[in-house]
Ligand binder design. Structure first.
Ligand code: NAP
Length: 334
């Protein structure tokens, strides 16, 4: 089968595109004919070695796939040949990746795609939206009626955070570039603040005088000095980006108000947590309530180029979807 794979960790140009042996499913696995995959920032971290995780060479890159069941092992109950399915947890933790014509997925990491949902539209959201679910509900413990601040609300993860938090009954305040404010309002944000405003903290405090219950910064600025002071009692900060930041933590303001700071990566989510997220995502995509802002469809052979473009920050607001030759749909922006 053809695949985008690496023989060593390194820069984007270590990704090769060519023939490797097709994988064989174990008894509780499903063999999937892949229609499309994506490239996430974390795929570049795995490829370069920045995110350490076991890899066997040749190593197929990529987390996410949408495809069709080719064969289900005898213990992979609930799946049959021809089922349309998706996954968002390949390519790390000892599992081969998704950027190939076929992939093996453990049955407990595979989910049905709801009828009528466009596979490209679905695969574009499964990583950022599952991240948003985990941030809000698993690590952020969001409750109905709480006030949530989403920094970077126009991004892939940020837009999913706004969508899900609003639907969970939260009041959502957002920060974004001024040109992205209308988009954030369409997603349901109650107020949007320009992240370049020198009085950003003052404006947020004015909009949430009782404090922020849950603060999520997808831009990875991680200004805890300001953020902790904006929190309500028992307010939570969930860190998920900005690995190189070294924020100052005002300890007294934190512990004397029962506030907390917690971090997470989707890579360590349990299969149960991912399945919970998948159920929520499936509901939202089936209703048309969750979609990427724009999608660029490219052939799987463009994987190395897309990795490089993501690392250069060239895909602003767009998700790259890489299609295999099993998916005879048109390329280009959608
Ligand atoms: N922890 C996890 O499990 C996990 C999972 C997925 C992703 N991530 C991380 O989450 C981050 C976001 O990913 P993404 O795909 O959503 O990126 P993205 O689409 O580029 O979104 C980032 C957004 O932040 C905005 N922004 C830039 N500077 C800002 C600032 N100072 N204040 C507020 N917003 C600002 C950007 O706006 P402009 O376009 O104006 O710059 C952009 O809209 C990445 O670092 C990624 O690695 C973590």
């Amino acid at each position: 089968m053809r695949a985008a794979y690496i023989e060593e960790l390194g820069a984007a140009d270590v990704i090769r595109y060519g023939e490797i042996a097709a994988p064989r499913p174990g008894p509780t696995d499903v063999l999937v004919d892949v229609l499309a995959t994506t490239v996430n920032p974390v795929d570049t971290f795995v490829r370069s070695g920045l995110f350490p995780t076991p890899v066997d060479f040749p190593f197929v890159v990529g987390r996410d796939l949408v495809g069709t069941v080719a064969e289900a092992g005898p213990g992979a109950t609930g799946f049959r040949a021809g089922d349309r399915v998706w996954c968002n947890s390949l390519g790390h933790g000892g599992r081969q990746g998704a950027a190939a014509e076929q992939a093996v997925v453990a049955a407990d990491r595979l989910y049905r795609l709801p009828a009528g949902v466009d596979p490209y539209a679905a695969v574009a959201v499964v990583h950022p939206a599952a991240t948003a679910y985990l941030a809000l509900f698993v690590h952020g413990r969001l409750r109905m009626g709480e006030t949530v601040l989403v920094a970077g609300a126009a991004g892939h993860v940020g837009s999913a955070l706004v969508t899900m938090a609003v639907r969970a009954g939260a009041r959502v305040l957002a920060t974004a570039g001024s040109q992205d404010a209308p988009y954030c309002v369409r997603l349901g944000a109650a107020e949007v603040f320009d992240y370049r405003d020198p009085d950003l903290t003052g404006k947020i405090r004015g909009a949430a005088p009782s404090g922020i219950d849950l603060h999520l910064d997808t831009a990875g600025v991680n200004d805890l000095q300001s953020t902790v002071g904006l929190l309500a009692r028992r307010g939570r900060v969930v860190l998920m980006a900005g690995a190189g930041t070294r924020p100052v933590l005002p300890a007294g303001a934190l512990y004397m108000n029962d506030r907390s700071v917690v971090g997470f990566v989707i890579s360590h989510a349990t299969s149960g947590e991912l399945a919970e997220a998948a159920a929520c995502l499936n509901d939202l995509v089936a209703q048309g309530a969750l979609r990427a802002r724009s999608i660029e469809v490219l052939p799987l052979s463009a994987a190395a180029d897309v990795h490089a473009r993501i690392e250069r920050g060239e895909l602003r607001g767009r998700r790259a979807v890489l299609r295999t030759d099993r998916a005879p749909l048109a390329e280009g922006p959608r």
